[in-house]
Design a protein around this ligand. Structure first.
Ligand SMILES: [Zn+2]
Length: 248
């Protein structure tokens, strides 16, 4: 008998497996980082663990380990976030957050902050009616910061001036990433218009519980900020976000 390990985790990805009516899951646990585990029999009708084999499923997973491979023996499901699937924006953006968490977490390395960020982000979309694009921008900014490659929205990364009263700013892909209007004009950078910069400041200054109050940004502004965050993510990590490729 192999020993049973229990760990809290969320399913980041689920792919069918050719044997045992099984699926191979990529899971993310705050204590263990990311890891693969197989769950058998879930492709059969009325399979007991079927819900636990879907992306977004969050719960306590019981794992049997043999030769470094994990098999799921049981799951206590805490949330499946199934309401995300009722809205295409929520579903696509939620899937992108799972993908980003997989890229930023490491196997065997604890990452409580990123795990908490992911759960909070999914919760405000699923239960607080927060705008998915707003949550995405917040998620990318916070997840990059947790990973030590974040942007600093408070001071110009060139001259050090405070940005709190500036009506314009621009972004660069190196270092702290944000320039004041003066430095931005003299540098090759992505100029933000006033509405984009205001929206970005509001999103970065808001706590998660306040994100559902941010409902007034135009779709143009949000699409533009999302694209900029995808680019920032790419230049800072070298990774593309595949879940969003066909939408931009
Ligand atoms: Zn400056």
């Amino acid at each position: 008998m192999s020993e049973i390990i229990k760990t809290t985790a969320i399913v980041l990805n689920s792919s069918p497996c050719s044997v045992d009516a099984a699926r191979d899951l990529l899971l993310f646990s705050p204590e263990k980082g990311k890891f693969f585990a197989r769950v058998r029999g879930v492709e059969k009708p009325k399979a007991k663990l079927a819900a636990a084999a879907q992306p977004f499923c969050f719960g306590e997973y019981s794992l049997a380990e043999r030769g470094g491979r994990y098999t799921i023996t049981d799951v206590y499901v805490q949330d499946t976030f199934y309401t995300l699937a009722y809205n295409l924006d929520n579903f696509v953006i939620g899937s992108a957050m799972l993908e980003i968490s997989g890229k930023l977490s490491q196997a065997g390395e604890e990452n409580f902050e990123l795990f908490k960020l992911l759960l909070n982000s999914l919760k405000v979309m699923a239960y607080e009616n927060a705008n998915a694009s707003v949550v995405f921008v917040k998620f990318v900014i916070e997840s990059l910061a947790i990973s030590g490659i974040g942007l600093d929205f408070t001071t110009c990364s060139h001259c050090g001036k405070s940005l709190s009263d500036d009506k314009f700013a621009s972004l660069i892909y190196e270092g702290a990433g944000v320039l004041c209007q003066n430095c931005g004009e003299r540098t090759d950078s992505v100029k933000l218009n006033q509405k984009e910069w205001q929206a970005l400041q509001k999103i970065t200054l808001s706590e998660f519980v306040q994100l559902s109050d941010l409902q007034d940004f135009s779709r143009d502004v949000l699409v533009s900020l999302m694209k900029l965050m995808v680019k920032q993510f790419y230049f800072r990590t070298g990774e593309k976000i595949k879940s969003l490729e066909k939408y931009f």
